[in-house]
Design a protein around this ligand. Sequence first.
Ligand code: LCS
Length: 400
Amino acid sequence: MKHPSRRFSTLAIHAGNNADKTYGALVMPIYQSSTFRFDNPDQGARRFTGEEEGFIYSRLGNPTTAVLQDKLAVLESGEAALAFSSGMGAISSAILTICQAGDHIVADELLYGGVYDLLAHIMPCYGIETSFVNTQDVTAFQDAFRPNTKLLYLETPANPNLKITDLRAASALAKAYDKRILVMCDNTFATPYLQQPLKLGCDIAAHSLTKYLNGHGDVIGGALISNKKFIQEVANIGLKNLSGAVLSAFDSYLVLRGIKTLELRMERHCASALQVAEFLQGHPAIRQVYYPGLPQHPGHTIAKAQMHAFGGMVAFELKGGRSAGAKLLNSLSLITLAVSLGDTETLIEHPATMTHSTYNAEELAAAHISEDLVRLSVGLEDVLDIIDDLQQGLDALMLK
Ligand code: LCS
């Protein structure tokens, strides 16, 4: 279904939704079937060679998941998409498709802890080395590319402290060194509503569908969006035979349902996060607030240029350090102490000991993830209730 002139919220509801030809159901049904019947052996053979379109086996493709993939491709302005059973499944399948032993990756030093662990500690065991750089430091970053560099891996806004990378500038540097280097951006924090990496010079957008795209905290999923050739390669190599990390039909249905309200939810997440960030900035217990929507944020100007708004994630450091953070996390009554993000519920966590505990002490320092940092995923509750809860916890820190 092509709607080149339609706008985001319309596409989020309608794109890819014309697939139920059997009964014309308004909502794409859940095709909960592991395999699909062939009319005869020739047809089975033709499906395997690709001469005939059609489903074979749900690790190789499923009608419900196919609609989700079509929708994601449209929303990210890509040619094609592939869904996975987790964000890590998507990212590791892409990396294993792109890189072989002897290849090299350049990545920002600030990444989700699971991806950092994969690149820093696990991939070297398979002969794939990563150089971690600050992609905001153009000179150092340029020096990192080598003749065997296959991938530039970025995350913006980055988990956990919302560092912003200029996607156009970073992609241009990689391509100037060697136009065969693929540039991949994890777009989980922004979602395609706020930022479209493929329009900013990247080759691949990656997502943890677990977060805002599903939005309701009841699915683990992932996706890649790129050109048809790359997606076909990952489908045949990284997904089909290497990871096998396919998204189930039921989870595809849940993510399809979540995406229909993505724009509405993101507008509210962004508005509330800005209000929470401004409140935090004015509180005497806080040392530093990280939110790209604040003019003082070092990435504010770039974020303003490459994002439609600034997202629902806020991070902050408390004057009383790590013990004050622990006190605050123990004192909240509405906000839930939990990892993950992008849900309707407001969630709070301590990156150094939770999502980023895969970084050792030196690596945490190099990536500027302080022991004092607390990360907040601002949910869809009334923002005044979120602020009240933070206020009572922060005010209690001031009482000695
Ligand atoms: N990319 C980013 C930016 C993430 O934040 C996560 C998970 C992933 C990829 C991996 O996706 P998954 O396999 O979990 O679907 N981030 C988490 C977090 O911050 N808290 O819990 C998980």
